[in-house]
Design a protein around this ligand. Structure first.
Ligand code: FAD
Length: 509
């Protein structure tokens, strides 16, 4: 038997630096750093092998760092309450330390179970904030200054050493097959671990991010010019405070700093209202979409017949990442043109994103699907997006190789090829590459009509006002959700149909 130990439960905070629970616990006695691999979590429909592989690399590095401090990471496989019960039997738990987590509905329920079990056992627990998300917040007034305060606070150093605990066995990290995860080829996935995160941050600040604001929208430049830190922020190999302080110490685009703020702004919405993962933010949209499985499959496989859309989906499948604008376009095409329910398309994207972060993801999905009630509805024209962001068709040719010989004049609209053109290009439609699922212009018009039919009346507006009060950014005017005749305004971004134009921000809100 060992004396009671301080258990530090690592979840999505896989680092030893700027880790308040670890430092505080180390001042109170021997620390047991614990990671629980939860097979039920990895069996959820939003989890995937690519995410586990990334997480596993982060854990391997964390394991080395903790070993160097004196006490290696203890890995257990199972339900956290069962694991804690066995640790209690082995020596006792003086206190459970962890970071607050805003995860999906599964982790929300699991955390409640753990809290209940701890209080039944009379074991104290301490949770610390992990980013700028505020627990038990009732409205958004003053949120931005609270975020600034948290980000400006001094970073927490790693402990100098950890007192070793003897006699504790640790499991091996399971393989994807052992976790029963479906095979999920992602050959160009980013590498996990803090070393990779710090290298990314350094190269971004040193050179890659020089033209960030100009180059973040095109997938031709974004893979290099964006920071690519999202998966590291999701698994916590670096903290949001570390990133925001490092970027302020060196010169960096204000557009980037603004996005760090958005990260927490979106997660805050899910923290304040966990139902946003599965329910329309504005209930007037309930039941208006019905997913046709063949359309969902064609979209998810990158076989819609719209080359730029398919190229983006295939690039995402191959790398586990795509830039914001293309995520928004993929969601917009699924939601408006294909009239797919955002929960179905969102689940496909969640599994494909190595950086899947429920708070950002589900709120962005709802925003791009137009169900928030407080954001501009933007229907992206998938052909215009391709012409704007891949004018020479380089990205299309790379990711849709069956079209490599199609001349540029037809590349974005292959259905304009006649039989002879198709033979010459060695790309026969419906055989080598699909015909478009539908007429995109007609589908966009239909979608606009259906959405406008919902967005009217005092009760719609009242609910939208309540949503704005609870979740909306305080940095902009209220959005008037009533349908207007302003189909196209001068400042409308090219390639998209706006229904409502009083919201100056595309991404936040
Ligand atoms: C439908 C949809 C789903 C999304 N799902 C996720 C997700 O699961 N996980 C995720 O991290 N991001 C998500 N995003 C937001 C955004 O696309 C990614 O954060 C960004 O592309 C990640 O790349 P990066 O780290 O190079 O970002 P950079 O452009 O370098 O930005 C730096 C950081 O700022 C934050 N950030 C950037 N853009 C946004 C944004 N629009 N909203 C909130 N935070 C932002 C991220 O933490 C990002 O790592 C989603 C966007 C859409 C439209």
């Amino acid at each position: 038997m060992t004396p009671p130990f301080q258990v530090v439960w690592f979840k999505r905070d896989l680092r030893i630096h700027d880790h308040q629970p670890l430092l505080e616990a180390s001042k109170c006695g021997p620390v047991l750093p614990l990671y629980v691999v939860e097979p039920h979590f990895w069996a959820q429909p939003d989890a995937s092998a690519r995410q586990w592989e990334f997480c596993r690399e982060c854990l391997e590095e964390l394991q080395q760092e903790l070993t160097a401090l004196g006490q290696p990471l203890v890995i257990r496989v199972g339900e956290p309450t069962t694991v804690l019960r066995s640790l209690l039997r082995q020596g006792g738990i003086a206190k459970l330390w962890s970071h607050e987590e805003t995860g999906n509905s599964w982790t929300y329920k699991r955390d409640r179970l753990v809290r209940r079990w701890l209080s039944e056992q009379g074991i104290p627990r301490q949770e610390s904030p992990n980013n700028g998300v505020i627990r038990r917040l009732h409205h958004r007034n003053g949120w931005a200054s609270m975020w600034q305060k948290r980000m400006g606070a001094e970073r927490v150093p790693a402990p100098d050493f950890l007192l070793p605990i003897s006699g504790l066995e640790s499991a091996q990290l399971p393989t994807t097959a052992e976790l029963d995860l479906q095979s999920d080829l992602c050959p160009d996935r980013q590498r996990g671990g803090r070393i990779a995160a710090l290298e990314l941050l350094d190269s971004f600040l040193d050179s890659r991010g020089r033209n960030y604001a100009r180059e973040l929208s095109s997938p031709l430049t974004a893979f290099r010019s964006c920071s690519r830190l999202s998966a590291h922020l999701t698994y916590g190999t670096v903290s949001m405070r570390e990133v925001s302080q490092f970027v302020r110490e060196r010169s960096c685009s204000p557009a980037f700093i603004e996005r760090l703020h958005w990260h927490c702004h979106f997660i805050q919405k899910l923290e304040s209202q966990p139902s946003l993962e599965s329910q329309n933010a504005h209930r007037a949209y309930d039941g208006i979409c019905k997913t046709e499985p063949e359309r969902l499959k064609a979209w998810a496989d990158g076989r819609t017949g719209w080359p730029f859309v398919d190229a983006c989906m295939r690039a995402l499948r191959h790398t586990g990442w795509i830039n914001f604008r293309m995520r928004a376009m993929l969601m917009s095409v699924a939601s408006y043109h294909l009239w797919i329910d955002w929960r179905d398309s969102g689940e496909v994207l969640a599994r494909l994103f190595v950086d899947y972060e429920p708070g950002i993801h589900w709120n962005q999905c709802q925003m791009q699907a137009g169900t928030t009630g407080i954001n501009t509805v933007r229907i992206y024209n998938p052909i215009k997006q391709g012409l704007d962001h891949d004018p020479q068709g380089v990205f299309i040719r790379r990711w849709v190789p069956e079209m490599s010989d199609v001349p540029l004049v037809h590349l974005h609209t292959p259905w304009t090829m006649n039989d002879k053109d198709q033979q010459l290009a060695r790309c026969v439609l419906a055989r080598d590459y699909p015909l478009p699922l539908i007429d995109h212009e007609d589908a966009a018009r239909q979608a606009r009509k259906r959405i406008w039919a919902v967005r009217h009346g005092e009760s719609y507006q009242q609910e939208a006002d309540a949503i704005q009060l609870k979740h909306g950014s305080r940095r902009r005017r209220r959005v008037d959700s009533r349908p207007t005749n302003q189909g196209c305004l001068k400042n409308q971004a090219p390639g998209q149909l706006n229904l409502n134009l009083s919201d100056p921000q595309i991404n936040s809100g």
